[in-house]
Write a protein that binds this ligand. Sequence first.
Ligand code: NDP
Ligand code: 8X3
Length: 254
Amino acid sequence: MNKTILITGATSGIGKASAIEFAKHNYNLILTGRRQERLEKLAKDLSTAYGIEVDCLSFDVRSFEECEAAYEKIKDRPIDVLLNNAGKAKGYDPIHEGKIAHWDEMIDTNLKGLLYMTRLVSPSMVKAQFGHIINICSTAGKEEYPNGNVYCATKHAVDSLTRALRIDLHKYNIKVSQIAPGHVEETEFAKVRFDGNEEKAKIYNDFNPLTSRDVAEAIYFAASRPSHVVVQDILMMGTQQANSNMIHRSGRNK
Ligand code: NDP
Ligand code: 8X3
């Protein structure tokens, strides 16, 4: 029988690439995000290409009521993997000029959204004594950088929660993993951070960052280890990136 993964933030970037990666490996998919049309198109493409079952749930992870109503529709389906991926950076301001709306949006999406989905899905995993929760953290969750303040804080919280979830859930045979990537292209991350400003969003022009597929492959690697192995944390960057603050912007490979 096929396994099932629920992916938050599957309408673009790492979440979408993960949907493709897990579909290739015969997982059934529960795809979530706010942009319903994108979810439906991806679902149609992947179910046709791989003969898998794909369901779509369109909701905002910042609202516990919306998460709960969406989960209600699939609560009887066993979920093997929960991929807590939906997230974003908003703005790039020093702390004294930061926008409160940006802070609220990052905290509500990156932190509360992850908590809400984990709270809803984990009881059925505890009952089944089986399951895997994979959180998408970031290098920003390991090390702060100038003007990254609140985004870095939300990802440090993800880093902490990953360890805390593992402490609470390991005795129920539930794996908890985290992938912490550096810069990743083929995503809308920079566009979202800079409110659609295409010029400011050109942050990958002079080096080769990770691609969304590179990260999806690492997520699948973590999900596909034998039952006695848990990958606790994968910290990964493009070869030209040394850490959050150091990128060798020496050009792109052809
Ligand atoms: P994208 O902007 O391409 O994807 C973000 C996804 O999150 C979209 O599918 C979006 O869907 C979803 N999302 C955003 N807000 C909400 C919301 N309120 N409710 C439900 N879904 C939401 O960026 P990435 O793929 O890069 O981001 C995925 C994760 O990876 C994030 O957690 C990000 O912090 C992390 N990350 C990204 C890196 C990068 O350099 N790109 C590096 C390290 C970590 P929709 O808008 O349709 O709701
Ligand atoms: C995304 C990577 O360095 O822009 O999490 O914060 S960074």
